[in-house]
Design a protein around this ligand. Structure first.
Ligand code: GTP
Ligand code: MG
Length: 245
């Protein structure tokens, strides 16, 4: 359990109280089950804005594409805003997805991210606006403040708080709880999207995060294509991911 990143406290609590492996799985199930949710497809406001936030490489941009595909399949029209104006190739990466998915695309290389969000929020006529943001480490105060700024611009224009999902790299394991806590302070998270579950997970970090923080896990990313977004499957998680570790 330590190797799978449950953390010493939770590992001790669970291993002390569990009588055998099945009992351990039941206890993990009891922690996670109440927090399994899904991505909504009916919204009261137009546009509804969904922001993707998280550390570098956790799958934000890919998740924007997956969400666009998922929401389009539910009959919604989707625009995309490239609010990662920091990394040179970020705009192109997202533009390729927007083209493929036939989504209206808002960007601005020399603009600050909040300005791109402002333009997209004021101009889009679509049901949902997906906002990609630059990867950042949670201990970079300035970059976390930038995230709060993007969020407050969206709230001001749409008169509604955006939905904010944090993407977590399931293979990274470390610092997940602290990561989520600080992102939550900056932009009040609505849920967790656990990516790269196809790459072998450090599953304990998820159990630990859910045990500590009161946030739902809304989806799982299990590949690089647009279809690779699924509801979190607790049975699969316990049967495969947990045993693999
Ligand atoms: N196998 C696998 N690869 C993924 C998944 N999600 C994203 N990736 C890959 O992980 C890499 C990083 O994904 P991005 O979507 O660019 O991550 P990001 O968070 O936008 O990265 P930054 O913008 O640099 O912070 C890319 O090569 C993606 O194809 C997943 O669920 N499974
Ligand atoms: Mg990105």
């Amino acid at each position: 359990m330590i190797e799978a990143d449950f953390g010493p406290k939770l590992a001790e609590k669970l291993s002390r109280s569990a009588t055998d492996y099945d009992d351990l799985c039941n206890k993990i199930r009891a922690i996670i089950s109440p927090h399994i949710s899904s991505i909504p497809t009916t919204f009261l406001t137009k546009p509804t804005v969904i922001m993707l936030v998280g550390v570098n490489g956790s799958g934000k941009t890919t998740t924007v594409a997956k969400l666009a595909h998922y929401l389009q399949n539910a009959g919604l029209s989707v625009s995309i805003a490239a609010c990662d104006t920091f990394r040179a190739a970020a705009e192109e990466q997202l533009f390729v997805w927007a083209e493929k998915l036939k989504c209206k695309f808002y960007s601005g290389k020399s603009m600050n991210p909040a300005s791109v969000a402002y333009t997209a929020c004021t101009q889009t006529n679509d049901d949902v606006l997906l906002v990609d943001t630059a990867g950042r480490l949670q201990n970079n105060t300035n970059l976390m403040a930038e995230l709060s700024k993007i969020r407050s611009v969206i709230t001001k224009i749409t008169k509604c708080d955006p939905i904010s999902y944090i993407t977590i790299d399931a293979t990274s394991g470390q610092n997940i709880v602290q990561q989520i806590e600080i992102f939550n302070n900056a932009c009040k998270l609505s849920g967790i999207i656990l990516n790269k579950t196809d790459c072998g997970t450090k599953c304990g970090c998820v159990v630990r995060a859910i045990d500590t923080l009161n946030l739902p896990i809304v989806a799982v990313g299990n590949g690089e294509n647009v279809q690779a977004l699924q509801k979190f499957d607790i049975d699969r998680f316990l049967k495969y991911e947990l045993i693999q570790n």
